[in-house]
Ligand binder design. Sequence first.
Ligand SMILES: Cc1cc2nc3c(=O)[nH]c(=O)nc-3n(C[C@H](O)[C@H](O)[C@H](O)COP(=O)(O)OP(=O)(O)OC[C@H]3O[C@@H](n4cnc5c(N)ncnc54)[C@H](O)[C@@H]3O)c2cc1C
Length: 385
Amino acid sequence: MDADVLVVGAGIAGLTTAARLLRLGVRVTVIERAAEIQAAGAGIMLHPNALAHLDHLGPELHATGTEIARQVTTDPDGSATSLDWAAVWGEGRLPLAVQRLRLAELMVHHLPEGTVRWSTEPVALHQHGDHVEVDFADGRSGRYGLVIGADGVNSWVRRQYVDPDAEPAYLGHVYWRTTVPSTAPFDFTDWRIWRAGGNFFGGMPIGGARHHIFLQAALDRPVKVAPEDAYPRLMALAAEMGPQVASLAGQLDPADSYAVRPALGLGVRRWVNGRIALLGDAAHSFSPATTQGGAMAIEDSAVLAEEITRSGVAPRALADYEARRTPRIRDFTRLARLHGVLSSTVQHGLALGPDPASGPAHAPRTAPSPTAWFRRLYRPLLEAA
Ligand SMILES: Cc1cc2nc3c(=O)[nH]c(=O)nc-3n(C[C@H](O)[C@H](O)[C@H](O)COP(=O)(O)OP(=O)(O)OC[C@H]3O[C@@H](n4cnc5c(N)ncnc54)[C@H](O)[C@@H]3O)c2cc1C
């Protein structure tokens, strides 16, 4: 056997899986088709349910990012809603915002040298009784006990070997993302969002004296934007959102790079085929607005490691992993839908009914606070994945 487990893809999912399995003494190889660490020039929010499984990254993780205490959402009339993340998660837990590139570097550097083979991709998987034989694009082949497809929302492993019919679907939003130096006007310490006409512009500090900046545009179709058009399109969308957003966006640098990506949703009917399993975005994808896709991938890794501890490098471990993750992801898919409704309506939130903290339905209706709603939605995620 060349390794116990082959992980396809060195994103958040693949790198976390490798770290957790190596810690158990399982021999792991990660293959990545990119030549080096890839991470869009942007930040990512790691909520406490993700942080719970990233202890292997040590204190460096917190040192590289910024804890986010509040989210402030402002409407065109100047009214603002504040979300208190400490109260949402409880017991002093806060989400951590980090630069994606720094996170990816940290994850790779915490793996033993040579764990990731860059510029490598599989072309065929052959399942045998006690192993999977893998042919690689460079003509080499290898034998592995299990193969984990952590190869993202357009997963080759999923399409070829696990659930060929599952297709990502456009969720109606396209995201522009970049990072900027943390200087005025991008020197706020909260997570800030400005809403207008169904679009969201915002940002947050992500450590390293930088801010993550994004614009979420509600567009009928998932437009393809050439790199040279990304900045002018962003400016046009910001202008439509009114003078405040136009003025903020006007401070962005046209020379910076802007990653543009549609929001894709994905669910699969099966996660596992014998000794092959899906993990992370290869198995599920949600609106980025939930800031939980990476967390779900990290949870997948933790559960897979637990099941391999229980059953060894065997199909049984994968079947039990699928059995545990299916209901969690089904529940989270519901939560993601509710999140979309909350994000666009909570300020005028009476349409959503009484505050969940205010008692039985016949109790006097109180205006629901976003913190109460988000606590009800997100807090259960702290229960074991
Ligand atoms: C705009 C936006 C904002 C988001 N914000 C957040 C957030 O704040 N918090 C959060 O938790 N989540 C967030 N998410 C979701 C999160 O980014 C994803 O859920 C997460 O990155 C998925 O990681 P992954 O490793 O499964 O997939 P990916 O990151 O897509 O990694 C897959 C890897 O596999 C490689 N690969 C693909 N095919 C092959 C192949 N055939 N052979 C070898 N290698 C291959 C790719 O090159 C890539 O490196 C956001 C998503 C978007 C789009």
